[in-house]
Design a protein around this ligand. Structure first.
Ligand code: PGA
Length: 251
């Protein structure tokens, strides 16, 4: 695995945008498939994407996207839904075709059938070229909470208390308002992506980052599954790297 340690989250966004832009340019296929994440972590990356797109340096017209997850029960018009987040923080500000953007449907009547269809849609476009990830303070990726099967595919998951508390800040700090379930790509879906980049900033992520990078591969720390991926890169700030024993091996 490659570990890039950067000084702050702006540099984290830039370095990650560089990695993805280089891969987009190198690829000769007509469409480029991005796996995307929500939360505070990817925002600096999305700001870079928007800026480069506006400057004519990065074209999204042939990009297809699949988001990792969505809360069950929140419609796309809900300001805390991940569809709303993506439209506001990335899609509406680039030349991406909205029809090429996919976020799991948190309002699906038949969740199980929807999850199967989501996997099929990813397969139909040839799989994900680059998957963007954050990491939860409990080591989750997407909403694959500790204990999630390392081979899992898209499905519904119950959110842990830790995750709901972490996310309560987006719901007026009212834990009762935080949904209890989410649809999420599985750890196996993420492993199937050709390349994966995990970003993290802040000291509250340091333990999860150390467990994921230097601990055993275990369902108790879902991000540790990336140890099995051929092209996984971590782009993390110094504070998020502060519990690594091998902190200085690449910077
Ligand atoms: P955050 O969430 O980017 O808001 O810290 C990351 C995650 O929970 O995966």
């Amino acid at each position: 695995m490659r570990v890039i340690i950067v000084k702050d989250k702006e540099e984290m966004g830039k370095r990650t945008a560089d990695l993805i832009a280089a891969d987009m340019k190198a690829k000769e296929r007509i469409t480029y498939v991005l796996g995307l994440a929500t939360g505070g972590t990817p925002l600096p990356l999305y700001r870079e994407f928007i800026q480069r797109n506006k400057a004519g340096e990065l074209d999204f017209s042939t990009v297809v996207t699949f988001n990792l997850d969505e809360y069950v029960g929140l419609p796309p018009t809900h300001p805390e839904s991940y569809r709303y987040f993506m439209d506001e923080n990335l899609f509406n500000h680039t030349n991406i075709n909205p029809k090429n953007t996919h976020v799991p449907d948190g309002m699906a009547d038949d969740v199980e059938a929807f999850c199967e269809k989501y996997e099929e849609m990813i397969a139909d476009v040839g799989g994900i070229d680059y998957q963007v990830l954050g990491i939860g303070s409990n080591g989750h990726i997407g909403f694959n909470e500790p204990g999630s099967s390392l081979g899992s595919l898209t499905r519904i998951k119950t959110l842990t208390e830790t995750t709901r508390k972490d996310n309560a800040r987006f719901f007026d700090n009212n834990l009762d308002e935080v949904p209890k379930y989410a649809i999420t790509m599985g750890n196996g879906t993420i492993l199937n992506a050709r390349r994966v980049v995990l970003m993290a900033h802040g000291e509250n992520k340091a333990k999860a980052v150390a467990d994921a990078l230097e601990g055993p591969v275990t369902a108790m720390c879902p991000a540790s599954v990336l140890q099995l991926h051929r092209y996984a890169t971590y782009v993390i700030t110094k504070d998020a790297a502060s519990q690594l024993t091998l902190e200085t091996y690449e910077s």
